[in-house]
Write a protein that binds this ligand. Structure first.
Ligand code: ARG
Length: 463
């Protein structure tokens, strides 16, 4: 049994079950890089402040750098008895440089150490998440650019509503994913506070230079309350919340992909490389990727709810419950990463069935609002126009015809106001391009939105 770093006041060694249960090394080894970065900054500051001799600080820093390389080269086996990544690395350090290694933990606790590691880690993964979403947005912008005149029905209640373009529909998701980038950027801001120097919970008597450490680790602020600094995991919850909203967006999009590639819609065809078959039904081509993305959304929500629940009853300051912050954050990040990457590739390779989309837009009276608006422009009040077109639709349904297949005579039987120019007004292309307000589906507007979003990305994401 290896000797515990905190073994001094214990008469007995821990039960193996306690070691296993208590230990987090199996998962927190992911934080090795952040842990070493934090320790290097701490050691340099201890040397600079004359809390430990400068030359010893240098030995610690150099050895930590060697340990980092060794971990990256797979040369280190971590030990469960050493509990977590913090004590494992300190033990390796002390193994290598003896007494000097034992000075690293001066003026520090694992409580402010782990909070620092997690903040460094969350800042990194939030940044990486934003970059992955940027790539997805770029794919959507390219696809939208190719489809600014591809007419499709827009829906409300999953009933055909008004004609739009495929580009306009895609651009709705661009707006959602843009907000996701902003959300991850806000997570970085929330995580950007250095807890180190808070020690166990009440700071320390050594003259630490916290500003120096903050600068070395690239934190924009230092924490102002030592109890909060070691007990706060809001930034992890913020990350999980951003991840959950991102998954909600991906899941809605997946749902549409699944509908669109059904035989009933047939708006798109997935590339063979991004779909799967059935073990029994030879004809099947299934949208498994979209379904899995939709399914994995539950997992990420679970991570958020799990940590919220873990945190809700913890008295100040640090309690071991908080070790449970790591797995949900790791799992949520792994999940959003694989989902965004795979989803982006799937979207980049879809085939768009223009004709089917257009036929669907032509079929569902999606131009009825335009017909009513035409009447309004002839001086009819909107409510009356609505009534007249309602009757017209009722009549067309009886005849099993669309509005553009009725004759002018038939129109005039419903209202004498109609003349031949109604047919131009209800042409689907006109319907789309007449909606030329900012945010609308007109080709001009969508092109403008594409270009505005391209510049937004260039300016805001992601240095
Ligand atoms: N492995 C611990 C965690 O992740 C590190 C902090 C332990 N602190 C303590 N006082 N036991 O939370």
């Amino acid at each position: 049994m290896s000797k515990k770093m905190w073994g001094g006041r214990f008469a007995k060694s821990t039960d193996l079950l306690t070691d296993d249960f208590n230990s987090s090394i199996s998962f927190d080894q992911r934080l090795y890089k952040q842990d070493i970065q934090g320790s290097i900054a701490h050691a340099q500051m201890l040397g600079h402040q004359d809390i430990i001799p400068l030359n010893e600080a240098e030995i610690i820093v150099n050895t930590l750098k060697e340990i980092l390389t060794d971990i990256e080269e797979g040369k280190i086996a971590f030990s469960v008895a050493m509990e977590d990544i913090h004590m494992n690395i300190e033990a390796i350090l002390t193994d290598r440089i003896g007494e000097i290694g034992k000075k690293l933990h001066t003026g520090r606790s694992r409580n402010d150490q782990v909070a620092t590691d997690m903040r460094l880690y969350v800042k990194e993964i939030a940044h990486e998440s934003a970059i992955l979403i940027r790539d997805l947005i770029q794919t959507l912008l390219n696809l939208a650019e190719a489809h600014t005149t591809t007419i499709m029905p827009g829906y409300t209640h999953l009933q055909r509503a008004q004609p739009i373009t495929f580009a306009h529909h895609l651009m709705a998701y661009v707006e959602m994913f843009k907000r996701d980038i902003i959300r991850f950027q806000q997570v970085i801001e929330m995580a950007n506070v250095l807890p180190l120097g808070s020690a166990a919970m009440a700071t320390t008597t050594y003259p630490l230079d916290r500003e120096m450490v903050a600068q070395a680790l690239n934190f924009s602020q230092i924490s102002l309350n030592s109890l909060d600094a070691v007990a706060d995991r809001d930034f992890c919850i913020d990350f999980l919340e951003a991840a959950s909203v991102l998954m909600m967006h991906l899941s809605r999009f997946s749902e549409e992909i699944i509908l669109w590639c059904s035989s009933e819609f047939s708006f798109i065809t997935l590339d063979d490389a991004f779909s799967t078959g059935s073990s029994i039904m030879p004809q099947k081509k299934n949208p498994d990727i979209a379904e899995l993305v939709r399914g994995k959304t539950g997992r990420v929500y679970g991570d958020l709810m799990g940590l919220l629940t873990t945190m809700k009853g913890i008295p100040l300051a640090y309690n071991k419950d908080m070790q449970e912050d790591k797995e949900p954050v790791f799992e949520a990040f792994d999940t959003i990463k694989i989902c965004v990457i795979t989803f982006t590739k799937m979207i980049a390779t879809i085939k768009v069935n223009h004709e089917t989309m257009k036929k669907a837009a032509a079929g569902g009276f999606t131009n009825a609002t335009d017909a009513a608006d035409w009447l309004v422009k002839q001086g009819v009040a909107f409510r009356d126009a609505h009534e007249i077109i309602g009757k017209l639709v009722f009549y067309a349904l009886e005849q099993n015809k669309s509005l553009d297949h009725l004759s002018l005579d038939e129109y005039q039987q419903i209202s004498p106001v109609f003349n031949a120019s109604i047919f131009t007004a209800i042409d689907l292309k006109t319907c789309v391009n007449q909606r030329n307000l900012t945010g609308g589906p007109a080709e001009e507007q969508v092109k403008k939105a594409i270009s505005l979003n391209r510049s937004w990305l260039a300016q805001h994401c992601c240095e």
